[in-house]
Write a protein that binds this ligand. Structure first.
Ligand code: HEM
Length: 516
């Protein structure tokens, strides 16, 4: 057969096809990072061209990636669209990356959804992880501590947090009893979010926080519009075309962010009208003062306009997370009445009924603390940390990880790792106590992972743990929570940045003893 006539194709056509194939092959090879000798790329499952693993992730990426990690290991690589994503599982591997190699893994990827959060100026979501981010984080942490866990000289409470939570928990008790006397049941999420927003609102803005304004309530009651889009693995971050097609969830996210930013800017402006640098009483005041001082000193490292807007990160992180924690706790209580009884017996013994629980009671209430930790572990309502990114080429467990690699940290996997917990799907607060049941087993409790770790670890962790404790202690001292007999409670988490349970409007609360 003549070379110039091979079947239906001419020699020129075949040559052209081979040239294109070689070119594509060369481009793909050139795109892939060169792997230094002796190292390997992390393993991972085969992915579809163009789509990668987006369909595999489905509606519950935390479950799918936990399952895949059993096969491919703690350092695994997937692809979403054309973007490679490193997925880390296993407590030791995550600790190695975020703590021991914290400087390598402290970045944030440049995701489309992050550009929509607070006009792209968020300290939490913005890709900046350099000296400006570090200084903003330090400033936010100091201002937060000063008006939450530090003591308020003008109050008999042990700290600002205790003062605000005690007041709000009291108001919540009254509201829940009124609802019981009226409708006879309530949706705990809606009730709790108002109280928690008032606590962080008071710490951020003092008396300038518009406590029961319609706009504030409508925003905090609709935070699902934020968390459903700001979740790890959202296709909109990996397939640019999805930003231009009709997308109601994305539209809700954009509108929510705009309204939220407008609300916070207005509150900050009103606060500034009567700001007195000699009498700073809240976090915004502390940030105003820092801005004034740094402008007088000729400008610090943080640009002026990025000081006060730190309040957005603090308020934003401070209401949804804690509400979700308390709401999950109430769901576990109504589905585990024996556990609720045990917590109340402990409260009756340690605190009694003549006074309200205080933060100083916490060390004497280990069962209560074990219950909260087990709620964190079992629900794992923050299944992944906020996505990380590598800031330079690095290695992990012998695998090569190039700079700017998007990294998902699977907290849900750590909290359900059979090697750590034996029976991870059982809800058993006792597992977090010492053998004689009288104290928290610190070695094990440190393995519950919900606040991240290392350079990006949550700055509100202590405040969050104390606040959840005090709200629950005050509520459970007075009220017994339940659902009507035979009522099914759906505890399936709904995937998002924070995972909620399905709303339950039938929770009831019975007064345990008359309030004096
Ligand atoms: C139960 C409640 C909370 C949970 C479970 C939680 C969890 C987390 C997690 C997982 C991260 C990301 C860590 C990472 O990316 O590696 C984070 C970051 C953060 N959290 Fe929290 N958080 C809670 C409450 C709070 C509160 C009350 C505040 C402030 C009032 C707060 C402020 C922040 C901030 C500002 C960041 C960003 C830190 C950074 O990017 O450097 N959080 N939190």
């Amino acid at each position: 057969m003549a070379l110039s006539q091979l079947g239906p194709f001419s020699a020129t056509e075949l040559l052209l096809a081979s040239a294109i194939f070689c070119l594509v092959f060369w481009v793909v090879r050139a795109w892939q990072p060169r792997i230094p000798k002796g190292l390997r790329s992390p393993p991972g499952p085969w992915g579809w061209p163009l789509l990668g693993h987006v369909l595999t992730l489905g509606k519950n990426p935390h479950l799918v990636l936990s399952r895949l990690s059993q096969r491919y290991g703690d350092v695994m690589q997937i692809r979403i669209g054309s973007t490679p994503v490193l997925v880390l599982s296993g407590l030791d591997t995550i600790r190695q990356a975020l703590v021991r190699q914290g400087d390598d893994f402290k970045g944030r990827p440049d995701l489309y959804s992050s550009t929509l959060v607070f006009d792209g100026q968020s300290m939490t979501f913005n890709p900046d992880s350099g000296p400006v981010w570090a200084a903003r984080r330090r400033l936010a942490q100091n201002a937060l501590n000063a008006f939450s866990t530090a003591s308020d000289p003008a109050s008999p409470s042990s700290c600002y947090l205790e003062e605000h939570v005690s007041k709000e928990a009291e108001a919540l008790l009254t509201r829940l009893q009124a609802l019981m006397a009226g409708a006879g049941c309530f949706d705990p999420y809606i009730q709790v979010v108002e109280s928690v927003a008032n606590v962080i609102g008071a710490m951020c803005f003092g008396r300038h926080f518009p406590q029961s304004s319609e706009e504030m309530l409508s925003l905090v009651k609709n935070s699902h519009e934020f968390v459903e889009t700001a979740s790890s693995g959202n296709p909109v971050d990996f397939f640019p075309i999805l930003r231009y097609l009709p997308n109601p969830t994305l539209q809700r996210f954009k509108t929510f962010n705009q309204r939220f930013l407008r609300f916070l800017q207005k509150t900050v402006q009103e606060h500034y009208q009567d700001f007195d640098k000699n009498s700073v009483q809240d976090i915004t005041g502390a940030l105003f003062k820092h801005r004034e001082n740094s402008s007088r000193a000729g400008g610090g490292i943080i640009p002026q306009e990025r000081i006060v807007n730190l309040i957005n990160d603090i308020f934003g992180a401070g209401f949804d997370t804690i509400t979700t924690a308390i709401s999950w706790s109430l769901m576990y209580l109504v589905t585990n009445p024996k556990i609720q009884k045990k917590i109340q017996e402990e409260l009756d013994t340690v605190v009694g009924r003549a006074r309200r629980p205080r933060l100083s009671d916490r060390p004497q209430l280990p069962y209560m603390e074990a219950f909260i930790l087990e709620t964190f572990r079992h629900s794992s309502f923050l299944p992944f940390t906020i996505p990380h990114s590598t800031v330079r080429d690095t290695t992990l467990n012998g695998f090569y990880i190039p700079k700017e690699r998007c990294v998902f940290i699977n907290q849900w996997q750590v909290n359900h790792d059979e090697r750590l917990w034996g029976d991870p799907f059982e809800f058993r607060p006792e597992r977090l106590l010492t053998a004689n049941g009288t104290a928290i087993n610190r070695t094990l409790s440190e393995k519950v992972m919900l606040f991240g770790m290392g350079k990006r670890r949550c700055i509100g962790e202590v405040l969050a743990k104390w606040e959840v404790f005090l709200f629950l202690a005050i509520l459970l001292q007075q009220l017994e929570f339940s659902v009507p007999p035979g009522m099914k409670v759906d505890l399936t988490p709904i995937y998002g940045l924070t995972m909620k349970h399905a709303r339950c409007e039938h929770v009831q609360a019975r007064l345990r003893f008359p309030i004096k």
